[in-house]
Design a protein around this ligand. Sequence first.
Ligand code: SAH
Length: 251
Amino acid sequence: MVRPKKHLGQHFLADKNIAQKITRLLPNNNLQLLEIGPGTGVLTQFLEPRFGNKLHVIEIDQESIEFLKNRFPSIIQNIHFADFLQTDLSSIFQGQFMVVGNFPYNISSPILFKILENRASIPLVVGMFQKEVAERIAASHNSKQYGILSAWTQLFYKVSYCFTVPEHVFVPPPKVKSGVISLSRIDRDLKGVDSSFLLSIIKTSFNQRRKTLRNSLKGFISNSTVDPKLLAKRPEQLSPEDFINLARELS
Ligand code: SAH
């Protein structure tokens, strides 16, 4: 067995039904699939029969890697011993691929940001996050939980909150509940706005979420003619589309 390591965010799912429920959220298409952080293969055992050698897994823990190579010899070349955050995904995949995982919670936001950076290759994501983070990613504007993760993700993906997973089905149990979400890529027209500029507008707006946009975006406004009604709003009142329009007027 693999000894769970806290610093790697290892909480192994011990409920096969939930594992199956997660993997069933992936469609049966012909695409390649990347599992991030397979651990001992709780999800992998349902993915490998369906996806065969279209499945790649990436895991940072050497002990888990040895375990996985013994358990899934038929995809041994696709078992990558690496840090997902440091990996150039084009070295593994040519073309489109889906992403799945019970993500390590300590780095779930950087994982999501990296997925978004690679959105041109990733049409679909099914992932388990800490429940509160999953809810934030899925939150719509005008809600308390709506923030950077929500607006930035929803610019490029339609997000569905699928179900909640209780603490006790993991070994060791985490301190918080988990939530499974699915992201399905949408074709969003950025209207010529540079995406890193757009991200900096979103981040700056939410850095002081209680302030109006006029105050938090002072440094960007200068001589532009932005609709004063828009600038009187707070960031949580802006839909992802509104952020595009705002960034276009500011650029
Ligand atoms: N999918 C398994 C394990 C989930 S725990 C299950 O459901 O039981 C999260 C897993 O992510 C652990 O196996 C951990 O070693 C791995 N992990 C942590 N950081 C990682 C990183 N940067 N890159 C790849 N895997 C990572």
